[in-house]
Every structure is written in C-alpha cells, then in structure tokens.
Write a protein that binds this ligand. Structure first.
Ligand SMILES: *[C@@H]1O[C@H](CO)[C@@H](O)[C@H](O)[C@H]1NC(C)=O
Ligand SMILES: *[C@@H]1O[C@H](CO)[C@@H](O)[C@H](O)[C@H]1NC(C)=O
Ligand SMILES: *[C@@H]1O[C@H](CO)[C@@H](O)[C@H](O)[C@H]1NC(C)=O
Length: 300
C-alpha cells in the first residue's frame, strides 16, 4: 500500500490559494488571485516561526510599487507597500496582508457596512488635503499623488502647491439629450469641477438671452457640490411646448476659462407620439405589485 506523498510547498501554496477562493483543487493558475493574497500564503509557508539570517543580495527587486517600499516581516528585503483601499494587517506586523505605504495607515473601514458584515482593515490616507501637481493636475490627497509619482518616475512629478490647481472648469456630468411630450416637465443638469469656483449659465442655441430670461415656465438653479470644489446647475422647463425644442448649452466659467456642454430637447405632440409607436413610461406599479415581485425575488 503506497502512502500519498506530501505535497511539495508549491503544491501546498496552490492548494491554499484554491481554498481561499473556495474552489476545488487543483484550480489552475488563478490569474485573479490578488498579489497580496499570494504573498500572504507564501509568507505563512516560507516563514515558519523565525526569520533566517538576512542576505540582502538574495532579495528580489520589487518593481512597479505604486505605494512605495516597505521592509518584509523579517526586516530584511524591500517589498511593495499596500495601496490606499487595499486590505492590511491591523497590528502593523506585516504578517499576512502586508504594510501600508507612505502617508497611509491601516484602519478598520466601518463606513458603508451592511448589517452582519464584518469591517475589513484597509489602508487609508492620513491626509485629505487636495494638492496641485507640477503636471497641472489636481490630486485628491498625497496618496493619490504618490501613486502617479511612482507610476511615472521619469516624469519627475512634484507638488506645486496645496489646494487644487487653478484651471478652467471641467464638466464632470453634462446635460443629456431628452425627449418628451408637450405638457411634461424636463430638466437638464450640469455638474462642474472648478477652482477657482465657476458660475454656470444656460442658453438656448439661436436665442440671445441668458435663461431663464423673463419666461415663467423656465427656471434655473445653482448649488455648490456634490463634492468639494464642485458646482451643479439645473435648467428646468415646466410644461414643455413645441417651441421649446432645440439645443441647450451649459456654460461653466471662472477667471481661467470657459467650457460648454450641450444637449438637445425634442418635443412631441401626443399625436406624433402615437405615430412613432413609442409610449410614455408606464405608471409605476402600485404597492401590492411591488410586494408581490419582492416576494418572488426571495424565492428565486
Ligand atoms: C526634477 O524636478 C526638480 C524640480 O522641478 C528639479 O530641481 C530637478 O533637477 C529635476 N530632476 C530631474 C532628474 O529632472
Ligand atoms: C417626461 O417627463 C416626465 C416628467 O415630467 C418624466 O417622468 C418622464 O420620464 C419623461 N419622459 C421621457 C421619455 O423622458
Ligand atoms: C393612436 O392611433 C390609433 C390609430 O392609429 C387611434 O385609434 C388612437 O385613438 C390614437 N391614440 C391617441 C391618444 O391619439
């Protein structure tokens, strides 16, 4: 009777990887196994209890480390630090998931948890100070800056100053083309990032006036947000008429420059709608219908 041979360490590693993804072994090359997970298992296997003598010349050279370098758990070789948002070891020992890079700390992420979910330790940026890079781009904080810095070392990127770069506005969310039937309400939105802060104006192509003008069925709104250094404008047309059809333009302007985005409004009369064969969205199902569909979802 032959005893099954003990799996070699590399086999053991692949077995552990399969297990950690709840797959039957052998589960193939696992290209999707994240690097940090492979490193974690590798570490448990190789390390055992103690560190052997350090031979720096045998250390592999880590490459493409976007969050910089940290020492391995034996304080011997350099390895890639973990990025913002990556899982990490809360006790800072670097024993399984690894250490966070510069300007990052390992924290329990308790935000956005659903009931019953266990918070996961993640690398979080220590700073929330917006920065302007020498490339003229705005970085949310130093950790985002560092990622680009490490990704393109040849660019010699530096921090130009704190706060966003001054630049012409950028339209993050432009107004979208819409159609509707006469009498319905229509709304266009325009979300803009700008530093210095931008103003938002609306115009209709072919008409000289700034909206809303003196037209009581048109209104505009303007508010800061949703994010820092953002502003959002809305153009609302109540009870659209055929004459409202056309192209509407959102202009975002600050002292550096101006940008525009446009969207068209198509207005159909009920007769035209009938001819196209299109139909208006059906009224939302009543509460009973909702409850029924939710129940059936639970069963399938
Ligand atoms: C990198 O940029 C800094 C500041 O802009 C400059 O002093 C330095 O000489 C540059 N280094 C290289 C290698 O280009
Ligand atoms: C037309 O406008 C109403 C609100 O006034 C809206 O609920 C509906 O989705 C619009 N229809 C289309 C096709 O956009
Ligand atoms: C739509 O057209 C059909 C015939 O093509 C007609 O019977 C119906 O009354 C029309 N509906 C409306 C709302 O005009």
């Amino acid at each position: 009777m032959s005893k099954p041979a003990n799996p070699a360490p590399s086999q053991l590693l692949s077995l552990l990887l399969c297990l950690s993804w709840a797959l039957p072994w052998p589960c193939g090359a696992l290209p999707s196994a994240p690097d940090y997970l492979q490193r974690g298992w590798q570490r448990l296997l190789e390390e055992g209890e103690s560190c052997s003598d350090c031979s720096p010349e045998e250390c592999p050279t880590p490459r493409g480390c976007l969050a910089g370098l940290v020492r391995d758990p034996c304080e011997c070789c350099w390895e890639c630090a973990n990025l913002e948002g990556q899982i990490c070891d809360l006790d800072h020992t670097n024993h399984f998931y690894g250490k966070c890079g510069d300007h990052l700390e390992c924290k329990l992420d308790t935000g956005g948890l659903r009931k019953g979910e266990v918070p996961e330790p993640q690398c979080a940026c220590l700073s929330s100070q917006t920065l302007c890079g020498s490339d003229g781009k705005t970085y949310a904080q130093i950790c985002k800056f560092q990622e680009v810095f490490h990704a393109h070392p040849e660019a010699n990127l530096t921090v130009a100053h704190e706060g966003p770069c001054e630049s012409e506005p950028q339209i993050l969310s432009p107004p979208y083309d819409v159609w509707n039937v006469t009498g319905q309400d229509v709304i266009f939105g325009c979300e803009v990032f700008a530093y210095p802060m931008a103003s938002i104006e609306w115009r209709k192509d072919g008409a000289e006036i700034l909206l809303p003008g003196d037209d009581p069925h048109i209104s505009v709104q303007f508010r800061g947000g949703p994010q820092k250094y953002e502003v959002t404008g809305w153009l609302q047309i109540q009870g659209v008429r055929v004459t409202d059809e056309g192209t509407y333009r959102c202009f975002a302007r600050n002292r550096v420059g101006e940008v525009a985005a446009l969207a068209s409004l198509t207005v159909l009369t009920p007769d035209q709608l009938n001819m196209t064969g299109l139909s208006l969205p059906r009224p939302r199902p009543g509460p009973e219908d909702d409850a029924e569909s939710e129940e059936s979802d639970d069963y399938y």
